[in-house]
Structure formats: structure tokens, C-alpha cells
Design a binder for this molecule. Structure first.
Ligand SMILES: *Cc1c(COP(=O)(O)O)cnc(C)c1O
Length: 436
């Protein structure tokens, strides 16, 4: 199948090529040109996430360069079936997407994308994956490419502006992953990465790729866990499942919408935003007015201009139709704190600040008499955010095994000036550098 650009000024490409490209040359985002439709019964033999993912995603890859590799990619990236657990109240569930290597849902998509890139033919020179991160997202990408032959990863992060635990995590992988702590802000890190990615001459010497969240290779696999959860609920109860999705750049929630579009037994989808209100305002009837992000306790959702809105608009050009597809609510920091406390008291679960936004939205829906079965999507393990969560609940949150082993390893980050030449020097390929 081919993918087209949302802006319509770039040629359609085979899906595999669109995954490599990331952003389209006209600045648009790629979308598949058609959507397969399934009935739930088509998945009767598929009980593992990897099986559901393979059946759901195969039509996109059929006849393309990744078709043969797809089963292996699904088996390794979608190896953890996300638990759908009872959430304190009849009809309420928690979909735990945080059991991967870095304890956040981004592990699924980052590992799928890494699997795709590793399955495509390449030349001898290693591909450098350059990521700028404000903490959480870089870790998933770095872990996904760690120890993969033919790749090296450079993570740029703002020195002193990520939590000590996040900094340790970013520097603890080692091997083909290099952490660069930049004397500047997150915006500076992003600007440095963009400058080098736009430098054609440098890219001839040091081939580079990106793994940022707008790649189709990250969007598509996220539909698999919604399909898996909704299908298992459907088989067990005969009922559709509704979802509340913590939302920043809108990738995870869009994947839920796409799973519904492909025929999965999903009913309503509610977006939970933090104090960045651009989506709740749009869905309440105002215009779409992107703006700079503001800092909140749910910092992985501090997005004022969600990049996937462009895909949503391309799928539903009529704003009235678009508004009918989803609902959205904004949860401020005080409500996040209250939801973390209430979720432990009333539901017996400790949730991260992002998940707490979704829990607060579900509490509001139930208080207004909303019926049906609802799943809150848990996007990260609460132990990733101890400085927010622990003072509120008055105890420590124990670390999942993946995080504690990462944190017990030594960590090293290289200091770097906020300067493109310093980054060029850091990225040059030395003959003696460790490869794997
Ligand atoms: C990235 C992230 C989100 C937001 O997901 P989007 O796909 O950007 O909407 C929510 N929670 C956590 C923990 C994240 O890391």
C-alpha cells in the first residue's frame, strides 16, 4: 500500500519508504491511502498482541519491502500483551501500557519502528538516530535501538532540566547509545537536531535518521493494543469498550480512532489533555488555535500544537464531522494532584500524572451518569515520576524490574555546548568507536 502526504504536494510513497522518511518533503504527515476493514470475528484465532497486530497491520505492508519481515517485527516489538485490569468500580478498567523496557507506552511504537528500519537494506555506514528529548520519549527510542547492529543513537537533552532519574536512565544504556547533555533548553536541543538533519553535506558523511513521533512507523503499531484490548473485552462480555486516552501530540489517541475505523469493537473515545487546552477548546466548538506549550505535572503532554491534528483533519475535513468523532477535556495540575490521591483511595491504584488526567476525565463522566465499559489508558508507570507522585500518596512507589536494572547500571553523559559545530564534532564517526 502507498501513503500520501496530508499537504498533498509530495508524491505518494510505499508505506516502508514513508516510514523511513518520517515527515513528507512538503512538510506534511503521511497517511495510508486506504484503511482495511475487519469484523471482530476475523481475529478469532488471534489471542496474543503480536498476532492481533500482524493481522491488523498486514494490509498496509502487503506487497512491500517489509512484508516478509512483518511477522518478526510484530513478534519482537509487540511481545508484551498489555493487561486490561479491573479499576475499582464495575465497568471501569485500566489498560496498562507501561510494561516495556522504559515503562511507558512509547516502547511499543519505538521498538516497532526500530524493527522496521533494521529490516530494510542499508549500506555499511551506521545510521545515526538523532533524538532531542525533554526526558521521557528519548529513553524509549534509545532503548529500542540499543545494541542493534548498524545503528547508533545520539540523545540530546537539556542539562539540569530533566529529573535525576531520567538523566540517569538516558546515560545508562551505553554501547551504541550516546547521551549528550546540552548547555541549553529543550528547544535548543530540538533546534540543534533540526540544524544537523537539514545539513545535506554533513548527512553525506554521517547518515542520519529520525525516530520522532510523527513517523507512520510509530503511529500504526499503536492501533494494535487498542484492537487487542477491545477484542478481548468483546469476546469476554459481548460489549464494546470505550477509552479515555491521555493526550499530548495526539498520536496515541489517533491510533485508537484508527483501530475503531478499521472495525474494532470500540465505542467512544475521550481525550484527556492537561492544562494545554487547544484540543478541548476545538472539540467544544472553538477554532483550532495552536500556541506554545505550557509546563504541567503531566510533562510528556505539554504540547500546544499537537502534530497529529493535521492527520485528524485530513481524515475528517469537515470540522462538524470531526467534532462528532471524539470528545476532549482539560485537567489542570490541581485536578491531577487530586486525581492521584483519589485514584489510590477509591480504586486502589497508584497512577502517573498523565494517567491521572484520564482518570479525572472518567470520574467526571461517571459523575454525570455516563454508562458503558470504559478503559483508562495508563501511559507510564508511576515510578517514573516519584517527585510528583510520592509526596501525594505519602509513600514510595516501587520500581518495575526494567527500571531498577537500568538505574543500577552506571550512567555517563557527555557535556556539550549549545552549538551546531559542537554537535557535528560529537557525531563524527571515529574509526575506533564501539559498534555493535
Ligand atoms: C508521550 C506521552 C503521552 C502523550 O502521548 P501522545 O501520543 O503524544 O498524545 C502521554 N503520556 C505519557 C507518559 C507519554 O510519554
Amino acid at each position: 500500500m502507498k501513503a500520501f502526504s496530508t499537504r498533498g504536494h509530495a508524491p505518494a510513497l510505499p508505506i516502508a519508504d514513508a516510514i523511513v522518511a518520517g515527515l513528507a518533503p512538503d512538510g506534511g504527515l503521511y497517511l495510508p491511502e486506504a484503511w482495511p476493514r475487519f469484523t471482530p470475528n476475523a481475529f478469532d484465532d488471534d489471542h496474543r498482541l503480536a498476532q492481533v497486530g500482524l493481522r491488523l497491520l498486514h494490509p498496509f505492508f502487503a506487497g512491500g519491502t517489509l512484508e516478509q519481515a512483518l511477522p518478526g517485527i510484530c513478534n519482537s516489538a509487540l511481545d508484551i500483551d498489555p493487561p486490561l485490569v479491573a479499576f475499582g468500580q464495575e465497568g471501569d478498567f485500566l489498560l496498562e501500557l507501561f510494561h516495556g523496557p522504559t515503562a511507558a507506552f512509547k516502547d511499543y511504537a519505538a521498538r516497532f519502528l526500530a524493527g522496521c528500519l533494521a529490516s530494510l537494506p542499508r549500506n555499511e555506514t551506521p545510521l545515526t538516530i538523532l533524538v532531542a528529548t525533554s526526558g521521557d520519549t528519548g529513553a524509549a527510542v534509545a532503548a529500542a535501538f540499543h545494541d542493534r547492529p548498524g545503528f547508533r543513537v545520539a540523545i540530546l537533552y537539556p542539562d539540569g532540566r530533566v529529573s535525576p532519574r531520567q538523566a540517569h536512565q538516558l546515560g545508562s544504556l551505553g554501547g551504541n547509545v550516546r547521551a549528550l547533555r546540552v548547555d541549553g533548553s529543550f528547544d535548543d536541543c530540538q533546534r540543534l537536531a533540526k540544524t544537523l538533519l537539514a545539513d545535506a553535506e554533513f548527512r553525506r558523511a554521517v547518515p542520519m535518521g529520525t525516530a520522532n513521533s510523527i513517523s507512520l512507523g510509530r503511529l500504526l503499531p499503536q492501533s494494535a493494543y487498542y484492537a487487542h484490548a477491545a477484542l478481548s473485552h468483546w469476546r469476554r462480555t459481548g460489549r464494546t469498550l470505550n477509552f479515555v486516552v491521555p493526550t499530548g501530540n495526539l498520536g496515541n489517541a489517533l491510533a485508537c480512532l484508527l483501530a475503531r475505523h478499521m472495525g474494532m469493537p470500540i465505542a467512544n473515545i475521550a481525550l484527556a489533555s492537561n492544562a494545554n487546552r487547544v484540543l478541548p477548546e476545538f472539540f467544544a466548538g472553538a477554532g483550532y488555535t495552536p500556541r506554545p506549550g505550557i509546563a504541567t505535572l503531566a510533562n510528556a503532554m505539554d504540547v500546544g500544537a499537537p502534530s497529529n491534528f493535521e492527520r485528524l483533519q485530513a481524515l475528517h475535513p469537515d470540522p462538524a464531522v470531526l467534532r462528532a468523532t471524539l470528545r476532549a477535556e482539560s485537567i489542570d495540575d490541581d485536578q491531577i494532584r487530586a486525581a492521584i490521591v483519589r485514584t489510590l483511595e477509591k480504586r486502589g491504584h497508584v497512577v502517573c500524572p498523565h494517567t491521572a488526567c484520564a482518570t479525572a476525565v472518567l470520574d467526571g463522566l461517571r459523575a454525570r451518569g455516563e454508562a458503558g465499559d470504559w478503559a483508562v489508558v495508563a501511559t507510564a508507570h508511576p515510578a517514573k515520576f516519584p517527585e510528583v507522585v510520592e509526596p501525594l500518596i505519602g509513600r514510595t512507589v516501587s520500581l518495575p524490574a526494567s527500571l531498577s536494572s537500568m538505574l543500577s547500571r552506571p550512567s555517563h553523559a557527555q557535556p556539550m555546548a549549545n552549538d551546531a559545530d559542537a554537535l557535528r564534532t560529537a557525531l563524527r564517526i571515529d574509526a575506533d568507536e564501539p559498534t555493535c
